[in-house]
Design a protein around this ligand. Structure first.
Ligand code: ADP
Ligand code: MG
Length: 400
């Protein structure tokens, strides 16, 4: 399958208002952007539109706020973007409404306005038609460059796309091209390494990969949904209770599948989520009371590294532990190093997994680094992503 959606390159944008959904869900520290790679990833689309004289209105979510939250304002992102493109990026006070419309009216060709965090509006996640209409009122055209959010059917990713001529941004196109190649023709054997903490978002896709992959290796907090289901003691480890049942279903399916579902055999424990906490290695998986698992152990890390080295294709999403804390980074570092050295095709996705590769300075040695975690998994699984499906078909726009 090749990409059949209309490209921003073929859109007539001069002097027109273009609403661009970007993925600026970046990490913040002390009110500043601490890693701007997602902002830089959107620059080709932003620069193209500015060069062609569009009036840009950018929209993104940031974090998981339940409503307006000044700590999750996009203002620091607007500031960093402004520095990167060398122009003032104005910040809107909200997402829709008369005040925002007035700011849009002031835009000239090449100007950029950043809307406030889309998740400050409850209608974003429910894909509220009223909110989608408010967004559509701001612009003449819509461009989706937020591959990382394309698996969501939200007002800014899908709702508004149905109300305006909707085009794919350059990053979204590139993501689809790269991931499509792996989806259609993966070099065998295909292996997955899955971890992290957002288990509920990811666990659903594992079932599909039981038919495609020959080994799926689990680490990070995700492992504890499985251990909990198996009745293994988890101590104070982070467990996503909502995923324990799904983990059980996967264990059942895996037992009947030729694919190996591999769980950690040893762990690194701490008393609490802190770099200063007491640390101890556990040659086993039964976590004693008063301890939490914060990394996979050495034997597990070595086994995962070996499987990565001998794979035809490896997809990695989700850190193996609390890699942000140096005493618990070894498992994630070992997977990252194995990915970098692997002769097979290597793909990594997910904000924190990519941050880990960046931290270990290995990002350039992985074949494709996707800006999407959940989105890349769903895409590889074969799902239609709402943020892509809602775009115009290429055949619907005349080439110019
Ligand atoms: P990604 O962004 O790559 O998709 P997630 O957001 O799902 O990954 O998970 C990343 C987070 O998971 C990291 O902040 C890391 O500290 C945390 N994490 C991983 N393993 C554990 C664990 N055993 N206990 C607590 N947190 C963990
Ligand atoms: Mg994350």
């Amino acid at each position: 399958m090749s990409f059949t959606k209309a490209s921003v390159r073929d859109a007539e944008v001069e002097g027109r208002r273009v609403l661009v959904r970007v993925d600026f869900n970046v990490p913040l520290a002390d009110g500043r952007v601490s890693d701007d790679s997602r902002i830089r990833a959107a620059l080709p689309t932003i620069e193209l539109l500015r060069e062609r004289g569009a009036k840009l209105i950018l929209v993104s979510h940031l974090g998981r706020p339940d409503g307006p939250d000044p700590d999750l304002s996009l203002a620091p992102v607007a500031e960093r973007l402004g520095a990167l493109i060398g122009t003032d990026v104005r910040m809107a006070p909200g997402l829709v409404g008369p005040e925002v419309e007035a700011l849009v009216d002031e835009l000239g060709p090449g100007d950029v306005l950043m809307l406030e965090n889309s998740r400050f509006e409850p209608g974003e996640k429910t894909n509220d038609p009223e909110l989608a209409r408010g967004l559509a009122k701001l612009a003449d055209l819509y461009v989706n460059d937020a591959f990382g959010a394309a698996h969501r059917s939200h007002a800014t990713t899908a709702g508004v796309a149905h109300l305006l001529p909707a085009y794919a941004g350059l990053l979204l196109e590139r993501e689809v091209r790269e991931l499509d190649a792996i989806r259609e023709h993966p070099a065998q054997p295909m292996r997955l390494v899955l971890g992290g903490a957002k288990v509920n978002d990811k666990i659903g896709v594992i079932g599909h990969f039981l038919d495609v992959a020959d080994r799926i290796m689990i680490g990070g907090a995700m492992a504890f949904s499985f251990f909990k289901r198996q009745g293994v003691a988890v101590g104070n480890s982070l467990v996503d209770e909502d995923s324990v049942e799904a983990a059980g279903d996967i264990l059942t399916s895996a037992a009947e599948s030729p694919c190996d579902l591999v769980l950690p055999v040893d762990l690194v424990l701490g008393r609490e989520f802190s770099a200063e906490t007491e640390r101890r290695e556990l040659d086993g998986i039964e976590v004693p009371d008063g301890w939490m698992a914060l990394d996979i152990g050495e034997r597990t890390a070595a086994a995962y590294a070996d499987a990565i080295a001998t794979a035809g294709t490896v997809f990695w999403n989700g850190p193996m532990g609390a890699f942000e804390l140096e005493p618990f980074a070894a498992g994630t570092r070992s997977v990252a190093e194995a990915m970098a050295a692997a002769p097979g095709t290597t793909v990594a996705g997910g904000g924190d997994s990519v941050a880990a590769l960046d931290k270990f300075r290995l990002i350039d040695r992985v074949d494709w680094v996707s800006t999407g975690g959940g989105a890349s998994l769903e895409f590889l699984e074969g799902c239609e992503l709402p943020g892509i499906e809602s775009l115009l078909d290429a055949g619907a726009v005349g080439g110019q």
